[in-house]
Design a protein around this ligand. Structure first.
Ligand SMILES: [Mn+2]
Length: 274
């Protein structure tokens, strides 16, 4: 397992759970100074990934691009992959496609979180899930051809009524087999929705493709009341060897949230017996 830290380049997402904000160069420098080997980018669109110098900037700071979020499609445009409106779904799908294309040269994963949308009413949930599946199937196929890992993220009940738990995520992922779609397991959402976070990881097994490493209150790991040792133990048991990415509120400051994440990573993952 390796640590990772989030950077938002989306002004409309201000107040959201991203550690570093706005200034990519500054964020890359700080991420490296804190000891992170990788960053996760929340971009307004594909353009920051298409900048000719992003690769060299990452190389200069010895950083990998672990993953790219697609939530700006929802935050900035109101697009989702489950909307009853064809045009909204198509625009949402095109947006995710553009990010898959842009992420491919970096070997970065692409995340579908808020772009899953929500059902207008509980009675329409099955239909909305069906539309989500129909939208994600071709995206998963495209991602696989591009060598990109596509991730779908269960969210807490206040954000969606489609995929809330890892178990629901596993059913969704299984319904799209043989695609290699996998789950992004976010500890903030899991703390709200799961009966037992460690048991949820064990049950999800190799469906877990990425982890948002964050505390119960969405602050940096260690700044809330989540019990990390059983979670890390469960991740080891399932053989998870991906990123633990800090998608956390930047309190008391971005730098402090980043440093605290690294301290928690060292304490819970690198030296769990110390
Ligand atoms: Mn998340």
């Amino acid at each position: 397992m390796r640590p990772c830290v989030t950077i938002s380049l989306v002004p409309e997402a201000r107040g959201g759970p991203f550690v570093f904000w706005d200034d990519l160069d500054e964020a890359l420098r700080e991420a490296r100074e804190c000891g992170f080997p990788a960053v996760e980018l929340f971009a307004p669109d594909a353009s920051p990934l298409q900048q000719a110098d992003l690769k060299s900037k990452l190389r200069d700071h010895d950083l990998e691009l672990a993953a790219v979020g697609t939530g700006a499609g929802w935050v900035r445009h109101g697009w989702t992959l489950s909307s009853p409106e064809d045009s909204v779904r198509i625009q949402g799908s095109d947006f995710v496609k553009s990010l898959i294309e842009a992420a491919a040269p970096f070997g970065a994963a692409v995340i579908i979180g808020s772009m899953q949308g929500k059902s207008p009413s509980p009675g329409e949930r099955a239909d909305a899930l069906g539309r989500l599946r129909d939208s994600v199937a071709p995206l998963a196929e495209m991602a696989e051809k591009s060598g990109v890992s596509l991730l779908i993220e269960p969210l807490n009940r206040y954000e969606t009524n489609l995929l809330n738990t890892l178990a629901q995520g596993v059913v969704f992922v299984d319904s799209l087999k043989p695609s290699k779609l996998r789950l992004l397991a976010d500890l903030f959402h899991m703390n709200i929705e799961e009966t037992d976070c460690a048991a949820a990881f064990r049950a999800a097994g190799d469906a877990v493709g990425h982890v948002h490493f964050v505390d119960s209150n969405r602050r940096a790991a260690g700044f809330g009341h989540l019990k990390f040792p059983p979670v890390v133990e469960a991740l080891r048991e399932i053989g998870y060897d991906g990123y633990l990415s800090a998608e956390a509120i930047p309190l008391p400051s971005p730098r402090e949230a980043a440093s605290q994440t690294m301290r928690a990573f060292q304490q819970y993952v690198e030296q769990p017996s110390a």
